[in-house]
Write a protein that binds this ligand. Structure first.
Ligand code: ADP
Ligand code: MG
Length: 318
């Protein structure tokens, strides 16, 4: 590309909300054949809200939400904020936690004074003076020895909690399981709306012959529903945050030229690893600093624009 083409391309990009870090970033975007996209905050708005809650038989739904929100009160995870907000909306008072352990990509293990969340624990003899509340995915609870299989839903046990959870996941909701004092207490459903431009943008990427791969730590069912809603070529779910860069690297080793689009701190290594890292402008500073391109508004159509501008620049077409 001529210097003039680069100047024109950079200016066009700026007006379309596409900021290139360097001339190389502009010139390098044209022959990308694979785009890896983070789900939460990239394809979706990243503003999850509590949509539903189901407690085990005999347990009050407000108590379930209060315990979950209390456990999440020190977590900065967007899912945690959705649960804490739901408790606020219902005027539920949070119980101060003694201690908490955040398990990356899985959830929270919080410790409370024994006697907290009374109706749940009065029947369980507690030799220690603490009780645990677990809030997270299946892997977290199963790893702590909680039996998820025998929890019955409130309505006369007509449907198991796991069946309900699966049906919520098939609707694209993220499920969050809660255990209090070693027993399954309930499941929460959280929704995060897909951004209005995501479907069109992914359609345009696919149409240019670029394969689109969505990565998420979310469960398989939820991920597949969201993936099919926006039309990505492939979905990779239930991954650890630190796996993202490795997945980009593996695609590169297969000979692909890979762009990565992400917004979060845990996307930064993958953004740096990709041939072209594109950060959501409304995302974290760490992501923006690791990327070659910033998509100012966070609309994924700007990523398509970035690739088209690069192609036009390389052909010196204005
Ligand atoms: P994503 O890739 O969607 O940003 P993460 O890797 O942060 O997700 O988390 C993966 C999964 O781990 C979440 O979908 C959720 O099930 C669970 N999880 C992680 N942190 C929390 C938390 N603080 N509370 C509840 N669940 C959590
Ligand atoms: Mg994200």
């Amino acid at each position: 590309a001529t210097p003039l083409s680069v100047t024109i391309g950079t200016g066009r990009g700026a007006r379309a909300g596409v900021l290139y870090r360097s001339a190389e970033a502009l010139q390098g975007a044209h022959d990308v054949d694979t785009i890896v996209l983070d789900k939460t905050g990239t394809i979706t708005q990243g503003r999850p809200e509590l949509a539903d809650a189901l407690s085990v038989q005999g347990l009050d739904e407000d108590l379930l939400i209060r315990a979950a929100a209390s456990a999440e009160s020190n977590s900065e995870h967007p899912l945690a904020q959705a649960i804490v907000q739901a408790a606020k909306d219902r005027n539920l008072e949070l119980v101060p936690i003694k201690d908490f352990d955040s398990v990356t990509g899985a959830g929270i293990d919080a410790t409370f004074p024994s006697g907290s969340f009374k109706s749940m624990t009065e029947n369980s003899r507690n030799e220690e003076n603490t009780l645990h509340v677990l809030v997270g995915n299946r892997r977290l609870l199963e790893g702590k020895g909680i039996d998820l299989g025998n929890g019955m839903a409130d309505q006369a046990g007509a449907q198991s909690l796991l069946d309900t959870a699966r049906s919520w996941e098939d609707q694209g909701r993220t499920t969050i399981f809660v255990a209090i004092a070693g027993r399954l207490a309930g499941v929460l459903a959280v929704t995060d709306q897909v951004k209005s431009g995501s479907k069109q943008a992914i359609h345009d990427m696919n149409e240019r012959g670029i394969q689109t791969i969505m990565l998420t730590g979310d469960n398989q069912g939820t991920a597949e529903q969201v993936g099919s809603q926006v039309g990505v070529t492939r979905v990779v779910a239930q991954i650890h945050p630190e796996d993202k860069a490795g997945i980009v690297k593996a695609l590169q080793a297969q000979g692909h030229k890979v762009a990565m689009i992400g917004d979060g701190i845990n996307d930064a290594p993958a953004l740096a690893q990709a041939d072209l890292g594109m950060a959501i402008g409304t995302g974290t500073d760490v992501a923006i600093e690791s990327a070659d391109v910033t998509l100012v508004s966070g609309d994924l159509n700007a990523a398509v624009k970035a690739i088209d501008l690069s192609a036009a620049t390389m052909r010196n077409i204005h």
